[in-house]
Design a protein around this ligand. Structure first.
Ligand code: ADP
Length: 490
């Protein structure tokens, strides 16, 4: 379809906050509004959001951002990107949530997952979905809602239950009824067959999720409904949808096989474009849909590390070793090495490629000469070491990195960026505009509105300059040896 404006409104419904941004077709960000989200922790290991609050705050941000550019007159389309795997249950008739959303971090279904694993189901599930049997993914959360919330079970009985991820919920609210989920988000549920098509009936049966409650699986760019005029002053088509990590991969311009990005925020998420080849990991990485256009899927191999920037935050807030996150850089530069200190930041277990939830962090090699500068340096060095472990797993699965494109709040640290290049021995590229998640959603929405003919065209128009950190002398072998020893003791 042809656009009736030249701007894109991006809604980024994240875990801790929700944001709205207006981007121009040349990639400039013209407006931004942000609100925090309330986190509910009803029991240890349980994490919930109020779905009504997600909608209300996202709408408030959208109104504020649209107001900053003088109204919705020039908005051609809406792109939505979101925290993945989080599940909302709502009533199709009333449009009201039936329970708080179960957030991706929620571990309440760990026993159910363990039961399926013990029954030998993991290889079957991994072959079909590219994922592992872990409470992280949506399916067991959906099952929990049906089993434990009488209103959810009753809505299912009446044929009025809707189960969906956060982009689906927002599309439903914006349009007043649509129930669609894009292939990138759907590929995080454990219910989508990775090799094509829609929901897998066998997987719905295995996890006990009513197939009728799920939305239609759609492309990442297209026309997914129109927001009601009352919300933003004008009816606007919704033309782009993607899970946050896939959106960042698109925003980093990783559009060809082999191109890889790493986002360093609270945790670190690495995704490598695998083209149209179905990713099969023998090293406990995840296979996921990167993007679906005109029904054709491009895939990604994904590795997530649980602790990245949160280690720096912990050094600052819990130990008081540093005054600010940015100070870690000056401290790391002030010493020649970590003075023998090694930190393995397994503070909440180890993610890919280890998947050891029971592991806990260790600090080794301390002496009376150890200073806070050595701790800061060891903390930053741990980022490159964790990433190198992922790089080996990716290479073993056939995805050798030629360069690594980085983003996220922690990527502002130049010392860390250079250390990554030195350790990985590949160029590390950081875009000047680090809002890659929003940029990816804007690129997809721009393709959906017809502003751009393809994602390549959108990338050429919207992506700005990058700074490259060239690989220098690799660190000595003793650093890797110390890391391996410390890792073995977690
Ligand atoms: P998220 O999106 O996961 O909330 P962000 O992408 O905003 O996270 O990144 C914030 C994280 O990055 C924080 O955990 C913070 O400790 C870390 N961080 C921010 N700036 C720096 C810096 N200059 N050096 C090291 N870590 C940093």
């Amino acid at each position: 379809m042809t656009a009736t404006g030249d701007l894109i409104l991006v809604l980024d419904a994240g875990t801790t906050s929700t944001r709205a941004m207006v981007l121009a077709a040349d990639g400039r960000m013209l407006a931004v509004a942000q609100q925090e989200l309330t986190q509910y922790y009803p029991q240890p290991g349980w994490v919930e959001h109020d779905a009504a609050e997600i909608w209300e705050r996202t709408l408030a941000c959208a109104r504020e951002a649209v107001g900053q550019v003088g109204g919705a007159g020039r908005i051609a389309g809406i792109g939505i990107t979101n925290q993945r795997e989080t599940v909302v249950a709502w009533d199709r008739a009333s449009g009201q949530p039936l329970h708080r959303a179960l957030v991706w971090q929620d571990r309440r279904t760990a026993d159910f997952c363990a039961g399926l694993k013990n029954a030998g189901q993991e290889p079957v599930v991994q072959a079909a979905t590219g994922l592992l049997l872990d409470p992280y993914f949506s399916a067991t959360k959906m099952r929990w809602l049906v089993d434990h919330v009488p209103d959810v079970a009753a809505a299912a009985q009446r044929g009025q239950l809707a189960l969906g991820t956060v982009e689906d919920w927002l599309v439903h609210q914006l349009t007043g009824g649509a129930h669609v989920t894009d292939a990138s988000n759907a590929s995080r549920t454990l219910l989508l067959a990775l090799d094509g098509g829609s929901w897998d009936e066998g997987l719905c049966d295995l996890f006990g999720v009513p197939r009728a409650a799920l939305g239609d699986v759609v492309d990442n760019a297209g026309h997914f409904g129109t927001s009601r005029a009352e919300w933003l002053g004008r009816a606007i088509p919704i033309t782009g949808l993607a899970g946050d990590q896939q959106s960042a991969t698109v925003g980093q311009g990783c559009l060809a096989p082999g191109q890889t990005k790493a986002t360093y925020g609270t945790g670190a998420f690495v995704l490598a474009n695998m083209g149209s080849a179905l990713p099969r990991s023998g090293h406990r990485l995840l296979g996921t849909v990167l993007c679906q256009l005109d029904g054709q899927r491009q895939y990604a191999l994904e590795g997530s590390v649980f602790v990245a920037g949160s280690l720096i935050k912990w050094l600052r807030d819990s130990l008081g070793v540093i005054a600010s996150a940015a100070e870690s850089e000056a401290l790391a530069r002030s010493v020649e090495d970590s003075g023998g200190v090694t930190i393995v930041p397994a503070l909440s277990g180890l993610g890919a490629p280890h998947w050891r939830p029971e592991a806990r962090g260790v600090i080794t090699g301390m002496s009376f000469a150890s200073s806070r500068a050595h701790f800061a340096r060891a903390a930053l060095e741990a980022m490159a070491m964790q990433t190198a472990d992922l790089a080996h797993a990716f290479a073993a699965d056939g995805a050798q990195w030629q360069t690594l494109r980085i983003d996220g709040g922690m990527s502002a640290n130049d010392w860390m960026a250079q250390d990554l290049a030195d350790v990985l021995q590949v160029p590390v590229e950081r875009p000047d505009f680090v809002e890659t998640t929003a940029l990816g959603a804007a690129m997809l929405a721009g393709v959906g509105t017809g502003l751009f003919g393809s994602l390549d065209e959108a990338a050429r128009a919207m992506r700005g300059q990058v700074r490259t950190f060239a690989p220098g002398t690799p660190p000595g072998e003793e650093r890797r040896a110390a890391w391996e020893r410390a890792l073995a003791s977690t």
